[in-house]
Ligand binder design. Structure first.
Ligand code: UD1
Ligand code: CA
Length: 453
């Protein structure tokens, strides 16, 4: 049977105490809801519908170019009412899987199990056993069969002692679900239309109801406040690092790394503590990341070493480069092979060819640097005239002395040498030594100033 997924994401999330709608709070760098949508898509759902409400258009707005349906639930009258909003366009012949936008750690594997263990004409709820079930809907069974779900506020003393709770995930054929939803009432302690009331209706109609237990509580945890958000973050990070370790990636401390996006690693990669990866990052074979680095949307070639305390964004390197400590690679920094970028060096929108070294205190922007170039300490490409950016082109085997300003647009020919302290404003010919310095003078009779009393 084809599968529809309806994701409930209309709730306010008051306990987040935030202007950002709950389902947009970031987990591993992406909205909570994005994780749930990913899971739905991994299941191969034919139709994904998100029921939104609180936060209005900011919620769909956070998913530009998406291919799912959005249903507005203008007033949050309960989970049953929420599902109803997504039902009119749901084909009768589909099975409907209901997920919550604030339950982001649920895996496709658990949901596959739910789908596989439930017949097309049956209803199933995903449950879990909890040490402290307070606050949750309790699963009421008669033998093996589930006969109802009773909410905390509506439960009897005996029902309150049930440890098996409703995670909220439900699977049901669309056609009867539409019928049952129409018959929901709100005569309960919270005055809400409870989705869970369809269980009793299904039982009455003779539909089989399965209760399938999730393996761990962590997977089904709902996120209501910042503390739970932080707990979910650690749980997800542990999961991501476990996957990478299984692929052979080494970590100094699996608990002290953060992956906010997709990290792809080759063989024998080693990552020291406090490395943060954002967006899409790939590390080639043997890459070594030392402590305290932020690497965002970048590709590092095999054998590259990033020493401590670097900030690398939208950049790329070839093989065996060395970066840092304390280097900044801004968008468009592209190093070929065997390039060295040392401490307090900033590189932006520039290509650096094989074997060149920029070791200390330098800014290279909007530049093309050839092979085997040595850039002395304190060199600046003056790429900005206050209005426009200009290009610097440096040939192969150039030696640039310390403290040189290269005022762009400018070209430095192959094999040229530039004397320390020069401010270069005209093109430098191949193979020549160029120096731009005023003559050194000694001022006779000069006296050191004395402090006035
Ligand atoms: C619900 C279940 C309860 C279960 C618990 C698990 C019902 C009646 N109860 O209770 O059995 O143990 O989840 O966490 O279903 N939502 C909407 N629109 C609404 C109401 C809710 O989109 O009108 C969304 C919320 O944003 C949230 C989810 O549905 O993501 C659950 O709603 P919530 O009010 O938290 O349900 P609970 O009372 O916790
Ligand atoms: Ca809840």
């Amino acid at each position: 049977m084809p599968l529809s997924v309806i994701i409930l994401a209309a709730g306010q999330g008051t306990r987040m105490r935030s202007d950002l709608p709950k389902v947009l709070q970031p987990l591993a760098g992406r909205p909570l809801l994005a994780h749930v949508v990913d899971t739905a898509q991994q299941l191969g759902a034919d139709d994904v519908c998100v029921v939104y409400g609180h936060g209005g258009d900011t919620v769909p707005g956070a998913f530009p170019g998406n291919e799912f349906r959005w249903s507005l639930q203008a007033q949050q009258l309960g989970t049953g009412h929420a599902v109803q909003q997504g039902m009119p366009e749901t084909p009768d012949e589909n099975r409907v899987l209901i997920l919550f936008g604030d339950v982001p750690l649920l895996t496709a594997a658990t949901l596959e199990r739910l789908l596989n263990q439930t017949a097309d004409n049956e209803l199933a709820v995903l449950s879990v056993d909890m040490d402290d079930p307070t606050g949750y809907g309790r699963i009421v069974r008669d033998g093996e069969n589930v006969v109802g779900i009773v909410e905390q506020k509506d439960a009897s003393e005996a029902q309150l002692s049930i440890a098996e709770i409703n995670t909220g995930v439900m699977l049901c054929p669309a056609e009867p679900l539409k019928r049952w939803l129409k018959n929901l009432g709100n005569d309960n302690a919270q005055g809400e239309y409870y989705l869970t009331d369809v269980i009793a209706m299904a039982v009455r109609d003779g539909t089989g109801v399965k209760g399938i237990r999730a393996d761990s509580w962590v997977e089904v945890m709902g996120i209501n406040d910042k503390k739970q958000l932080a707990e979910a973050e650690r749980a997800l990070q542990a999961r991501l690092v476990d996957e990478l370790m299984a692929q052979g990636v080494g970590f100094a401390d699996p608990a002290r790394v953060d992956i906010r996006g997709k990290l792809t690693c080759g063989k024998d990669v080693f990552i020291d503590v406090n490395a943060v990866f954002e967006g899409e990052v790939s590390l080639g074979d043997g890459v070594h990341i030392e402590s305290n680095n932020l690497i965002r949307d970048s590709q590092l070639g095999a054998g590259t070493v990033v020493h401590s305390n670097c900030h690398i964004e939208s950049s790329a390197t070839g093989a065996n480069c060395e970066i840092g400590p304390f280097a900044r690679m801004r968008p468009g920094a592209e190093l070929a092979n065997n390039v060295k970028v040392g401490n307090f060096v900033e590189i932006k929108k520039s290509t650096i060819a094989d074997g060149s070294k920029i070791n200390h205190l330098t800014y290279i922007g909007d530049s093309e640097v050839g092979t085997g170039v040595n850039v002395g300490a304190g060199t600046i490409t003056c790429n900005y005239d206050g209005a426009n950016k200009h290009k610097t082109t440096i040939g192969d085997d150039v030696f640039i002395g310390s403290g040189v300003n290269l005022v762009a647009p400018i070209e430095v020919g192959n094999g040229a040498t530039i004397g320390a302290g020069s401010t270069i404003t005209k093109s430098v010919p191949d193979e020549q030594l160029v120096i731009e310095r005023s003559k050194q003078v000694t001022i006779k009779g000069w006296k050191k100033p004395v402090k006035k009393t």
